[in-house]
Design a protein around this ligand. Structure first.
Ligand code: ADP
Length: 381
């Protein structure tokens, strides 16, 4: 039987309305919808251009285009084929994206400067999450705050700059190379959060061998060449301590405010004070302090044991003249979530740690740096 006549333009419009999940623009706007062919039986063959033939989101795009096309009246079947941009097409698209969204690029780019300064309307809030030493839960706090903010409906990115101890890919249960387009890198999305991590670039279990200038350059590229596609909040997971990378980032993120994570232990608090002072010396305000591993609740009787002592968070907050934003207890769901790739605020929202992290995320203060007297970095090459 011959079905109703299919409007080819309607098929093209339906496919064109599908959003490219990486670039976050519609396929039509990007000029990615190619030939459309409809036979007399209402069977559609449509070709979609990908940024790269190895696009990891090919199946996702296929499913979305297939569903959109099948929704057009008269369509009885759909077959989605793929082509890919050639080198010059990729360069042209990258140039177009940079031109259309100049605020996202340049030194600091989406992170502040490119949009006309950290106070520019539409610039995301940027938090650099730092700690004095490793193992205090900085990455766990970063991942869960990000997931909590995404649950609250915000567009959230995490830049994992913990070069040697990156753990964001694992915390979100993803590890694949980000798509790159003529010098632009697209974040990898998981649990509603856009992620960019050193771990995506070097592969699991491989050591990061960058040093000195190369390291600085890689970090600078992270800050300028990632196409975030519009964010409300960016969390930057700093390496622990006050090393070169931390210092570089504090300079490269002129609109960031520090979130200092510590355990209650005097030793952790002592080294965290140094990070806070380093931030202050580069003009970065301190948004607040998160105390982690505050105490352990007994499953049986509910008694709270302060495993790592008490008072570290409050003392750090006082030393940095910043608010204590919350105290996250030790519990199993938070650790398990970190190992299984589902942040506890999503996978175990009833856990005391998760509830506290959601509360902290909802109340994160918006702190802007005063630019008075602060030299802006002129070049990051
Ligand atoms: P850092 O980034 O400071 O090095 P991580 O976030 O990697 O620390 O945390 C170290 C380990 O401690 C991880 O296994 C993490 O799951 C666990 N952890 C962190 N905070 C808590 C907590 N409040 N309760 C239980 N486990 C936690």
């Amino acid at each position: 039987m011959i079905g109703a006549r299919v409007d080819t333009a309607a098929v093209r419009r339906a496919a064109g309305a599908v959003e490219d999940p990486e670039i976050r623009r519609s396929l039509g706007e990007l000029g990615m919808v190619g030939d459309v062919d409809v036979d007399r039986r209402g069977r559609v063959r449509i070709s979609v251009t990908l940024t790269t033939p190895t696009c990891p989101l090919r199946e996702e795009i296929r499913a979305a285009v297939d569903a959109a096309v099948r929704g057009v009246p008269g369509v009885t079947d759909a077959e989605v084929g793929f082509g890919a941009l050639d080198a010059s097409g990729r360069t042209a698209l990258a140039a177009r994206l940079r031109a259309e969204d100049p605020g996202a690029f340049g030194p600091g780019g989406a992170l502040g400067i490119g949009t006309g300064g950290p106070d520019a309307a539409g610039a995301p809030r940027v938090y650099a999450v730092g700690s004095g030493k490793g193992g205090v839960g900085k990455s766990t706090v970063t991942a869960n705050l990000a997931a909590a903010l995404a649950l609250d409906g915000l567009r959230v990115g995490v830049l994992d700059a913990d070069v040697w101890g990156y753990s964001i890919p694992r915390a979100f249960g993803v590890n694949r190379a980000p798509v790159a387009l003529a010098g632009l890198m697209f974040p990898v999305e998981a649990h509603g959060v856009r992620l960019m991590s050193v771990g995506f670039l070097v592969g699991e279990d491989e050591p990061v061998v960058w040093r000195g200038p190369m390291l600085h350059k890689a970090i600078a590229q992270f800050c300028s060449d990632v196409y975030w596609g519009g964010l409300d909040v960016l969390l930057v997971d700093l390496p622990p301590g006050t090393g070169d990378v931390t210092l570089s980032l504090m300079e490269l993120l002129p609109s960031a405010a520090l979130l200092a994570v510590t355990t209650p232990q005097p030793a952790a608090r002592g080294v965290a004070v140094r990070v806070g002072r380093l931030a202050a010396s580069s003009g970065m305000p301190v948004a607040g302090v998160v105390e982690n591993m505050t105490d352990l609740a007994c499953d049986g009787c509910g008694a709270r044991t302060p495993m790592f002592g008490s008072g570290g968070g409050a003392a750090l907050a006082e030393a940095l003249d910043a608010p204590l934003l919350g105290a996250v207890p030790l519990d199993l769901p938070l650790r398990v979530g970190g190992d299984t790739g589902v942040p506890a605020v999503i996978g175990a929202p009833g856990a005391p740690s998760a509830a506290e992290l959601r509360r902290i995320a909802a109340a994160l203060p918006s702190v802007r740096r005063s630019l008075v007297g602060v030299p802006l970095p002129l070049s990051v090459t």
